[in-house]
Design a protein. Sequence first.
Length: 141
Amino acid sequence: MKIIALKGPANSGKTYTLNTAYTLLLNAGYVQVRGYFTQAVVYNFLGEKVYGSLDFTDILMHGEKKTGITTGTKNELAATLELFQKAGCDTVICACHDSDEDINTIESYGVPVFIEKTPQDTVSLKRINDFTFAKKLVELV
């Protein structure tokens, strides 16, 4: 299983970039594999759902090739990579914090390709930055 990990500090745009890469894959003809899409849910202090998160996990298919994609890190990452491996994914795109825990988890599945995500502090350039990284991720699939 080939792993492409978008690595960077918190708030560097990894989630937005992976959401953009997901959209690019769908636009390129990839289709969802039924039953794998999940999206994180956020609850308030009363336990009420207040809004959905941008974090997600899914498996897409293009021909016979399966690609897993997830924004989850830390606690969810190992379980999600295991899910992708059991589902027979050929390639995985995931987020990765600059932590030994995330890096070791990813490396336990083989030799990954790490893409260093550089944050863009200028609001007017953030979308361009995220889109550029998303295109690079898709090219590596």
